[in-house]
Design a protein around this ligand. Sequence first.
Ligand SMILES: Cc1cc2nc3c(=O)[nH]c(=O)nc-3n(C[C@H](O)[C@H](O)[C@H](O)COP(=O)(O)O)c2cc1C
Ligand SMILES: CCCCC(=O)C(=O)O
Length: 348
Amino acid sequence: MSDPLDLEALIGPGALGYFAGGAGSEITLRDNLASWSRYALHPRVLVDVSERDLGTTLLGRYRPHPVVVAPMAYQKHAHEVGELGTAEAAARTESLYVLSSQTTTSPPDVARAMEAVAPGSDRWFQLYVFRDRAVSHDLVVQARESGYEALVITVDFPVAGWRERDRRTGFTVEHPVALNPSGPPLTTEQLFAMHDPSLTWDDIGEFADAAGMPVVLKGILRPDDAERAVDSGAAGIIVSNHGGRQLDTTLSGIDALVPIAQAVGGSVDLLVDGGVTRGWDVAKALALGADAVLIGRHLLWGLARGGAQGAEDVLRQVLAELDSTLALLGCPAAADLDASYVGPRAVG
Ligand SMILES: Cc1cc2nc3c(=O)[nH]c(=O)nc-3n(C[C@H](O)[C@H](O)[C@H](O)COP(=O)(O)O)c2cc1C
Ligand SMILES: CCCCC(=O)C(=O)O
């Protein structure tokens, strides 16, 4: 993780607390980072690795690599270019981009910026279902019309996690385009209260029918919920504890992935996130059953420090590390990573 003092000078204590913080005592936030080193890599030697292929398949489409930009709200508070910075970085590195429905840049503007850099670039749209259903439905229409190819419905946010940093700073957000385009700044608590806490599996079906695009459910940690997601027609599942920002002391993403992959692996695309900062983290996720991996804060710090170029540098480094990991693991194709390449690390 980057030096917080430096970032505080750049973006201010309120935004830093919001971006960096987690729920409760931040045990899950810390564990997300630590969890990757609980798994050890098992390299195979004397394999021809002169050619490497980082490719994966998501929603039936080949992608040149498995690194995905996580949906993150209010990016103009990290850097004035906001979502355009991370989206351009994604387009330049052929990374799948997921735009938050709590964006500070409109979905069509983000789509245009990506197309200008890389025509045919891929993006998904993340949806929160708000109490005002019309707002969510409008967002889905905007996303579909501007070429977003899947709807990521986040299901781990019926209410906000217990976020003590925001309570201390009283951080307020300007211009969340969906909810308050030209109104006064709102506290995160006011914005979070607009989420619909009564959302159930029945509503997912309704949004899936109306979406006209594949639906991916984000924020699942239990195998029985993963099975239910498959039964409800989801095309993908993002195994995630929301970057430790919702319920403190849950499993880390990678620890939750293992039983979920056992339950539903092969019948649906599996993505995982939480604390990913290195290419070898990505390799471990793939070996344990993920098809792709989302990166959140690590990328946001790149945006905060250097705008689009800063975010691009972060993505390029993770991809170079993944390439190096495949070579050193003796597994030249990312798609061939399996459980033989990873195991528990003896702790002590
Ligand atoms: C500042 C911030 C804002 C976020 N906003 C959203 C959001 O709008 N929608 C969503 O589904 N997840 C959101 N998330 C969660 C991320 O998509 C992702 O699950 C998490 O950040 C991954 O963990 P990492 O930051 O350790 O990589 C947010 C995370 C952060 C750090
Ligand atoms: C209401 C905005 C939610 C953004 C988010 O998901 C987060 O802060 O974790």
